[in-house]
Design a protein around this ligand. Structure first.
Ligand SMILES: *Cc1c(COP(=O)(O)O)cnc(C)c1O
Length: 469
């Protein structure tokens, strides 16, 4: 580093300490920073900015990231609001009472959207994402079960939670972090989602609840909450066990109310205790916000609520994090006002239209069989038809598309079907019909290239293993 700097000094007549140096010739930019040791000396802000900015260019282009569920586009007013509100801490409810009031309005709007029986007797909160929201929903189920068991003088040693083997990783984390036994219902070709089939084999007196996923991450499929609830009704009639449901609506809870209004999945079903969603997925906000709402105040154990004073009054809070960004909550409110129900419907329906167009065109290419079509949430997946080729796999297609800038991951299906390799596209606002056509042309071109191979492509053993659901 020192040698580089002195060389730069010798070669230049400009004072190296001055910011009049042309960009990329300044000290700092013309040398290399240590990656793992904080530098001793400060840098000019322009220098530090340029270095961080340039390094981030190496990330993929988020607009071509068809792997993520998380928003990659917001309009200019939202960006303006984001900058204005970047300094707000959500937990400072006393200092930022307006932001606190807006948070309250947002979860109440969601409670209403999800048909809580009584909008005056409900409770909810914003979170940093669905993961925190799911943890809170799961914890409430665990506490409710513990309180009931204690009142009956029974053991609270061995709680279990029932879910599909194709849950998002947050539920594995929940069980691990809070000492709950996960009971995974396997996915099979006949039961790709949790649908109540053989649920009686999993439920016992230690079951704290069942997780139903509205928008499975692997395929986009909805788990039929109504059928799961019916099965739990039967189980209750036979055994007396009253098991509640948390709906993990990370994506679907912000799509179904607008685009599948006749689907019954929410608080209209008595067994649904709580619902969570990601504001930063189809809530259409940049990363950093989630929501959870409970059916009524009685099903959220009082022991989980902390009371902070707020404008001389009492503000109940429940969350795992203390400080977190308030800006995202304001952005959520912005979207609710900006779009309204009709706007959300239009935006999500457009994504569904792009997804179903893409899926049907991908099906027509020939080598692929669709696993889902993108008509629930705008997410669909496909497999390579048996016997199409022994020269290439979906991992190779993912690699080829990546060379064109598109991130279209291939990954194994959940346990029990992990020999099945899927490839998935998540359509979000910002993937226009025009971009979809360009993607389709690239997929067709790469398939033609791969099909022209006369020998299998060499593969690194690790390829395709970096995908997280
Ligand atoms: C994305 C997702 C999660 C995790 O949500 P984050 O907002 O990323 O924390 C949980 N469950 C499902 C079904 C998801 O799709």
């Amino acid at each position: 580093m020192t040698t580089n700097t002195s060389k730069a000094r010798q070669n230049s007549n400009i004072d190296p300490t001055l910011s009049v140096n042309p960009v990329f010739v300044r000290p700092g930019e013309a040398t290399e920073f240590d990656k793992f040791r904080m530098p001793e000396q400060p840098s000019l802000p322009e220098t530090a900015y340029q270095i961080v900015h340039d390094e981030a260019i190496l990330d993929g282009n988020s607009r071509l990231n068809l792997a993520t569920f998380v928003s990659t586009w917001m309009d200019d007013e939202a960006k303006k609001l984001y900058l204005e509100a970047a300094d707000k801490n959500m937990i400072d409810k006393d200092e930022y009472p307006a932001t606190a009031a807006i948070e309250d309005r947002c979860w109440r709007m969601l409670a209403d959207l999800w048909n809580v029986p009584d909008t005056k007797d409900t409770i909810g909160t914003s979170t940093i994402g669905s993961s925190e929201a799911c943890m809170l929903g799961g914890l409430a189920l665990k506490r409710l079960w513990q309180e009931k068991r204690k009142a009956e003088g029974k053991s609270t040693e061995k709680p279990n939670l029932i879910m599909s083997a194709a849950v998002q990783v947050v539920w594995e984390k929940f069980c691990n972090y809070w000492d709950v036994e996960p009971r995974y219902v396997p996915v099979t070709p006949d039961h790709m989602v949790l649908d109540g089939h053989e649920l009686e084999k999993y439920v016992d007196e230690n079951t704290i609840g069942v997780v139903a996923i509205l928008g499975q991450t692997f395929t986009g499929a909805y788990e039929p909450v109504e059928a799961i609830a019916k099965k739990l009704d039967e189980i209750q009639a036979n055994t007396g066990l009253d098991v509640k449901i948390h709906v993990d609506g990370a994506s679907g809870a912000m799509v179904a109310p607008f685009c599948q209004p006749d689907l019954v999945w929410d608080f209209q079903i008595d067994r649904v205790n709580s619902i969570s969603t990601s504001g930063h997925k189809y809530g259409l906000v940049y990363p950093g916000v989630g929501w959870v709402v409970w059916r009524n105040t009685a099903v959220l154990p009082e022991s989980m609520i902390f009371h902070v004073s707020y404008l001389g009054g009492d503000m109940p809070t429940l969350a795992l994090n203390f400080s977190r960004p308030g800006a995202q909550v304001l952005l959520q409110y912005y979207q609710f006002l900006r779009l309204g129900r009709e706007g959300y419907r239009a935006v999500q329906q457009n994504s569904i239209d792009v997804a179903t167009y893409l899926s049907s065109e991908i099906e027509k290419i020939g080598p692929f069989e669709l696993v889902s079509r993108g008509d629930t949430i705008p997410v669909f997946a496909w497999v390579l038809k048996d016997g199409h080729t022994d020269k290439w796999s979906l991992y190779d297609l993912a690699d080829r598309l990546r060379m064109k800038g598109w991130l279209v991951p291939a990954y194994p299906m959940a346990d029990d079907m992990s020999d099945v390799i899927l490839q998935r596209i998540v359509v979000k606002v910002g993937l226009s019909r025009d971009m979809a056509s360009a993607l389709l042309a690239d997929i067709k071109g790469e398939v033609a290239f791969l099909d022209s191979l006369t020998a299998p492509l060499p593969r690194e053993a690790s390829s395709g293993s970096h995908f997280h659901h």
